[in-house]
Design a protein around this ligand. Structure first.
Ligand code: SF4
Length: 365
């Protein structure tokens, strides 16, 4: 299949790995931001093809993993209201809140439905005018345009029973936080190709010049990632810090301007709490005041909830590249995809789930 087969070609992948072996002379720590990239690395064993000098750590780019406990608890509380239909993507249903999850809320009689897009949520609202339909909208810049479009459309139609519980996060402020941390180990980043398809890569130019850090926008197939790693290692070996784009078949500097305009029209930038990491200034999106009639946070009287992660879960350290999932004492025993303690074990994009799926036979043997 065009644009797939050539990016999964083992001969090309081994050639790129050999180039990295030849080039590298110093130890380096690279972070892939996106959980989809983490899964490709684990699935194809790309880290095992690399020289021992190149260490890959896994970033906070799994949207389910960084959605705050408070948001999950609010969604569970909303699902318990008799007049509410709570709609969301399937993998949000198993994410543990502080005491329960949306699956259990559904099993207890809550009207919780799985959808594949926010526009399906709109359809449910149109055909059920007596229900208050709340869409749990999470994600990075990638999903924000479709969510913005749903709210904009609801406003345009005068659809009074569609609401959004929004928890959107932005990548560049999270990279800035990591780089400012006194314990940061990451020397170069693979930026997330899907996010950059929407937003372009101009937002990363400031980070490169402010922190003198190499950043390469990378795709999601094995050859994409090995090529991005080669580009980063080459920069580090030459003492350079540039922004480069490996994912040229999808990403441009400016990105998808109409999609960005839709996001800008509906959302505004705000401080945002990230699960496991804490509050990051100006790292999220909230609905603008003119869309308050569709803002679940404003319409429903929900108590402000304060929650704690299970003490055993070290996901905060995993998401900052300071620990690997296998460093966690609960990995594969008290925490599995069937009984997750933390969000990175739930999501299809979570780093702990990736290690469990592709490495547990080696690690737990
Ligand atoms: S293995 Fe489970 S408990 Fe440990 S960090 Fe990952 S999600 Fe948290």
């Amino acid at each position: 299949m065009k644009y797939i087969d050539e990016y999964r070609d083992g001969r090309i992948a081994r050639g790129l790995a050999a180039e990295i072996h030849q080039l590298v002379t110093h130890p380096c720590v690279l972070m892939e931001i996106c959980g989809g990239q983490t899964h490709t690395i684990m699935r194809y064993g790309l880290d095992e093809l690399l020289p021992k000098e190149v260490e890959l750590v896994h970033g906070p780019g799994c949207p389910v993993c960084v959605t705050p406990l408070e948001t999950i608890d609010k969604a569970i509380a909303l699902a318990a209201l008799p007049e509410v239909t709570l709609v969301s993507y399937g993998d949000m249903l198993r994410v543990p809140g502080s005491c329960s999850d949306l699956f259990r809320a559904k099993a207890s009689g809550g009207d919780v439905r799985v959808v594949y897009s926010p526009l399906e949520g709109l359809k449910i609202a149109r055909s059920n005018p007596g229900r208050k339909v709340v869409f749990l909208a999470i994600g990075f810049e990638t999903t924000a345009p479709a969510n913005a479009m749903a709210v904009w459309q609801a406003q345009r139609e005068g659809l009074p029973n569609f609401f959004m519980l929004a928890s959107h996060v932005l990548v560049p402020p999270a990279i800035r936080l990591l780089l400012r941390s006194p314990v940061n180990r990451v020397q170069a980043f693979i930026a997330p190709g899907h996010v950059c398809t929407v937003m372009g890569y101009r937002q990363y130019e400031e980070l490169v010049s402010e922190f003198h850090v190499p950043i390469v926008v990378g795709g999601f197939e094995p050859v994409d990632l090995l090529e991005a790693i080669l580009m980063l290692v080459r920069q580090l070996e030459h003492g350079e810090a540039k922004l480069e784009n490996q994912y040229v078949r999808s990403v441009t500097r400016l990105g998808n301007i109409p999609a960005q305009d839709m996001v800008e029209r509906v959302f505004e930038i705000a401080d945002q709490k990230w699960r496991g990491i804490g509050r990051i200034p100006l790292s999220g999106l909230r609905l603008r005041a003119e869309f308050a009639a569709h803002d679940a946070d404003k319409i429903f009287d929900m108590k402000e909830v304060h929650t704690e992660e299970p003490a055993e879960c070290i996901s905060a350290l995993v998401l900052q590249g300071l620990k690997k999932p296998t460093d966690c004492s609960a990995f594969g025993s008290r925490c599995t995809p069937e009984n997750p303690l933390g969000a990175p074990m739930v999501s299809a994009e979570g780093a702990c789930a990736a290690y469990y799926t592709y490495r547990r036979h080696k690690v737990l043997a």
